[in-house]
Design a protein around this ligand. Structure first.
Ligand SMILES: NC(=O)C1=CN([C@@H]2O[C@H](COP(=O)(O)OP(=O)(O)OC[C@H]3O[C@@H](n4cnc5c(N)ncnc54)[C@H](O)[C@@H]3O)[C@@H](O)[C@H]2O)C=CC1
Ligand SMILES: O=C(O)C(=O)COP(=O)(O)O
Length: 533
């Protein structure tokens, strides 16, 4: 599934190394600082890819106005500025570089904790203003204090390591990291309600998600130690800004260090100007090292995608990560072809309900169980919907249409038909009373049909252009009539391949050089589908 990316737009001051790497592989790069929403809506139409930092909001409107966009790259970690759901619906891959700026964000957090404990920014400003005031800036040691880390992912754990060197006791909470694991880094995992009263410092390192919005608010501040200090280098909104202001004013909170804000840049500067607040304008990842790293990583990830290498850093279609290599390609094409044929055979759409069961036989194809379902759906949906369907959005589109797909892998079982060899895909498609079972493999790298409803083509039927599928009784001999009818419709017949019969039926598949106009009427056979793969 190598993806074509010809033109990429770089925004938000992404380090130039990104453009250099993309240009080296022939991708045309345009660099812009920041564009307004309207400017971006206009500009996006021209690009296959876009790389942003946190400033540009990649909204549903921008994504829906895009015409050829297939990748949004985030040169950084947080993707809360990208409408990932809308991107998925549009079939656009979203990628980030989750570990490229970890160390910078962790170092910035630690610097904030140190600066907070000794009021360094305030003391600096006071001296610069001409004062020699030592009394107002009595600090507290970090040694022996308890630091609570909320979110023990990449950044949280690097912060823990560094602050332990100051002699801080580190406690924390993360729903996904077991206590046994955090104990290995010297962090005691505790439930949140036990954390709040113990913490002298709290630092948050979670993504901004609906369940982390206002994670620390009025109720939490009420249960915290008097004189607590709080640090947010993650995302504005994880600490409720209004509740923080109140806690600072009431004295519950002795100080706050903020790198991120609900609105960036903030239009209301009340918090920033508060004497107990130290702040930076979203500088967590702003080091030359981190910026070079994330720019390099996102560029290499895009180049890898273009070259059909395993996808790295994909946020919205993780199942596709290993779908891009040459071994997978023919199986994806087969699954798409089976989906397409299944849809054509199960016409007319007398009922909207559609159920698919895909079975994978053999160890190689069974490893592809995470994405071959998406490939079947692409083939199926291409004949059912006008909107562009690809492997990214096919599962979402299918779900919206009420289509149910089940994928079963049988790595240790041979296909049900001997001539299919050791690896095959079987697809059963049921639409109302209408049901068909298709068995295929990738003989000589091409999508090949081996059996249809139990009727077998011993040497396989390569799925290609202009194929007409006729069913007939096993006793009927309709081949001459099929050939005559097709000639009558001015179709140039190239071959007819008949399956072995079952007791019920036999399938005859005719190929023509071009699509036929009109429906051939043959007394002993029924045309079920006319398909081009
Ligand atoms: N200020 C800046 O310049 C930067 C900010 N960031 C922010 O930091 C965040 C964290 O980055 P990483 O550590 O790399 O991400 P990560 O994904 O490695 O770690 C996040 C952790 O938060 C945990 N989590 C989720 N919900 C939680 C909850 N309700 N309570 C406690 N933990 C919860 C997750 O289980 C995960 O382990 C990013 O999402 C981004 O928003 C990241 C880089 C730079
Ligand atoms: O990577 C992140 O999540 C960040 O917040 C860094 O944002 P930035 O790329 O510096 O605008």
């Amino acid at each position: 599934m190598a993806t074509e990316v010809k033109k990429v737009l770089l925004l938000d001051g992404v380090d130039p190394v990104c453009g250099q790497i993309l240009t080296q592989v022939g991708i045309e790069v345009t660099t812009k600082g920041k564009l307004s929403q309207d400017e971006l809506i206009q500009a996006v139409k021209e690009y296959d890819g876009m790389v942003v930092r946190s400033a540009t909001k990649v909204t549903a409107e921008i994504l829906n106005k895009s015409e050829r966009l297939c990748i949004v790259g985030r040169a950084g970690t947080g993707v809360d500025n990208i409408d990932v759901q809308a991107a998925t619906r549009r079939g656009v891959i979203v990628m980030n570089t989750p570990d490229g700026n970890t160390l910078s964000a962790a170092e910035h957090t630690c610097s904030m904790i140190c600066a907070l404990s000794r009021s360094i920014p305030q003391a600096c400003a006071s001296l610069k203003a001409g004062n020699w005031d030592r009394k107002s800036f009595m600090g507290t040691e970090l040694y022996g204090k308890t630091l609570a880390i909320i979110g023990l992912g990449r950044i949280g754990r690097e912060v823990a390591k560094r602050m332990q060197a100051f002699g801080m006791t580190t406690i924390g909470y993360d729903p996904l990291i077991p206590a046994k694991v955090t104990a290995e880094w010297g962090v005691e995992s505790l439930p949140l309600e036990e954390i709040w009263p113990k913490a002298d410092y709290i630092t948050v390192h979670t993504p901004l998600l609906p369940h982390t919005k206002n994670l620390i608010g009025e109720t939490v501040f009420k249960t915290c130690k008097q004189g607590l200090r709080i640090v947010n280098v993650a995302r504005g909104g994880i600490v409720d800004e209004a509740a923080l202001l109140q806690a600072l004013d009431s004295g519950t909170c002795a100080g706050a260090a903020l790198d991120v804000f609900l609105e960036e840049p903030p239009t209301d500067l009340t918090l920033c100007k508060h004497p107990k607040v130290i702040c930076t304008p979203h500088l967590g990842a702003n080091t030359s090292e981190a910026q070079k790293r994330v720019a390099l990583q996102i560029a290499e990830q895009i180049v890898g995608m273009v070259k059909g290498r395993p996808l790295v850093g994909v946020i919205n279609a993780p199942a596709l990560a290993n779908s891009t290599n040459e071994v997978c390609k023919p199986w994806i094409e087969l699954a798409q072809a089976l989906g397409c044929l299944g849809n054509c055979l199960s016409q007319p759409t007398d009922t909207p309900s559609l159920q698919l069961t895909m079975e994978l036989f053999g160890c190689e194809v069974s490893t592809m169980n995470t994405f071959l379902g998406s490939a079947v759906l692409v083939g199926l949906l291409k004949g059912m919907t006008q909107s562009g369907v690809n492997m990214v959005n096919a599962p979402v589109v299918a779900q919206e249409m009420g289509i149910i797909i089940t994928v079963e892998a049988h790595p240790d079982s041979a296909p049900p038909v001997h001539s299919a060899g050791s690896q095959a895909i079987q697809l059963k498609i049921t639409r109302g009373m209408n049901s068909h079972t298709l068995l295929g493999n990738c003989a000589s790298g091409q999508a090949t049909l081996i059996a249809l409803d139990g009727c077998v083509w011993e040497s396989g039927l390569t799925l290609g252009r202009n194929m007409l599928f006729f069913t007939a009784a096993p006793t009927a001999s309709p081949l001459a009539a099929i050939a005559t009818q097709l000639v009558g419709l001015h179709a140039s017949l190239t071959s007819i391949l008949s399956s072995a019969p079952t007791q019920k039926e036999v399938w005859h598949v005719a190929r023509t050089t071009a699509a036929i106009n009109g429906t051939p009427v043959i007394p002993d056979a029924k045309l079920i589908a006319q398909v081009t793969f």
